[in-house]
Ligand binder design. Structure first.
Ligand code: GDD
Ligand code: MN
Length: 366
């Protein structure tokens, strides 16, 4: 504390919240109790909760000046909420803690002491001796176990609990990770460690993951998709954008679908080639649109009228892409160039890049 300015808190606790009204006051009281003499502050980052969370925060802040809030509208995501909260403070140490009382705030002083003693990062860990997850059922425990193993694979350094949402790090370490962060979904700790140019000095401090009393978990299919996105981004994101990888994967599924429909229409239904090819194209475009809408751009999913408009636009973009594919391939497969493989590949790659760039700019732009 000595070399920092006297007014600056030593620790900023960033608490992302989404519909946690009844947890706010107990959480602040518990932190106040746990921190003793330490100079701390809390930055709540609320993504436009509908249940009165902000009012609860305002009420607490009325007699606790160490509590502040960022209100985000039209934004979502635990990871990006943490990043913005961290940027809203000048404290030399930053903690991430859930706003639902599942994280044991009595560990915070131990984590801070670990940083004072030279660690870069202190992790509240469920998977070291003394830690645990309480009364999770088999499914949740199994899922967490799988996610932990996958997470460990993308890290160069061993961490028992890379999926923990409860940790503390030095600001300089956060700043070093910042340029490489994917900021996708829930798993900000994994993101930070994987984004650091050199492995940080880590101390894992056991804690018991508490059972949620008030409010509901936000863990859903979207969170799992985001985790998959984060893993892909951490593996190949420095080469190509993760969305492009997904878009290309969806495109490959589309080709398989196209060929299946073509085969069925020709052989089973006895259609002419032109009819069958037209049908296969329509099905492939529909299938690609649906998959891209749910997976590649699942976080910007179009619904209702916007979906139909998006589909029409997507079909038009794909048609232009296909025409471009044909003409590029024909140009390359001209009199002086007879490599059909290269011609076909360049044509397909061109239309893939075109479809991706134009679709992400105009169809899923929100
Ligand atoms: N601002 C904001 N925006 N906050 C969010 C959002 C969001 O989109 N989604 C969730 N939160 C807040 C919740 O209000 C809560 O305070 C905290 O983030 C954790 O959300 P939960 O829905 O309670 O997550 P969980 O208990 O399933 O997952 C926790 O444990 C996992 C380990 O099993 C989190 O800490 C994960 O990060 C952790 O990996
Ligand atoms: Mn929780």
């Amino acid at each position: 504390m000595s070399e920092t300015h006297i007014c600056l808190p030593e620790l900023c606790i960033v608490v992302p919240v989404l519909n946690e009204r009844d947890n706010i006051a107990p959480l602040v009281a518990a932190v106040r109790q746990a921190m003793g003499e330490v100079a701390w502050e809390i930055v709540f980052v609320d993504d436009n909760s509908r249940d009165g969370t902000r009012e609860a925060i305002r009420a607490v802040a009325a007699d606790e000046p160490r509590v502040r809030m960022i209100h985000r509208v039209g934004r979502r995501g635990l990871a990006s909420a943490f990043i913005e909260g961290a940027h809203a403070s000048f404290a030399p140490n930053i903690a991430a803690m859930d706003g639902d009382m599942q994280h044991d705030e009595s560990r915070l002083p131990l984590m801070l002491q670990a940083l004072r003693d030279g660690a870069d990062l202190a992790i509240g860990s469920r998977y070291v001796p003394g830690g645990g997850v309480g009364d999770w059922d088999k499914t949740r425990a199994g899922m967490s176990d799988l996610a932990t193993k996958l997470g460990q694979k993308v890290l160069k350094t061993h961490v028992a609990d890379p999926m923990s949402g409860f940790f503390m790090l030095k600001r300089e370490v956060f700043d070093r990770a910042m340029p490489g962060l994917s900021a996708i979904g829930f798993k900000i700790l994994l993101d930070i460690i994987a984004s650091l140019p050199t492995p940080p000095r880590i101390v894992e401090i056991p804690f018991q993951f508490r059972t949620r009393v008030a409010g509901e978990s936000k863990l859903d299919a979207g969170v799992m998709r985001d985790f998959a996105l984060l893993l892909v981004d951490k593996m190949v994101g420095h080469v190509v954008p993760v969305r492009f990888v997904l878009f290309a994967a969806v495109g490959s599924v589309g080709i398989v679908l196209h060929m299946l429909v073509l085969l069925l229409a020709l052989k089973a239904a006895g259609w002419s080639f032109d009819q069958a090819q037209a049908m296969a194209t329509a099905v492939a475009i529909l299938g690609n649109f649906g998959l891209n809408n749910h997976v590649t751009f699942g976080d910007k999913r179009l619904k209702g009228l916007r979906m139909w408009r998006g589909l029409a636009l997507f079909a038009a973009i794909s048609a232009v892409g296909a025409a471009g594919n044909l003409s590029v391939a024909a140009f390359m497969f001209g009199p002086q160039m007879t490599n059909w493989f290269l011609a076909g590949f360049v044509g397909a790659a061109m239309s893939l890049v075109w479809n991706y760039a134009v679709s992400s700019a105009f169809v899923w732009r929100r």
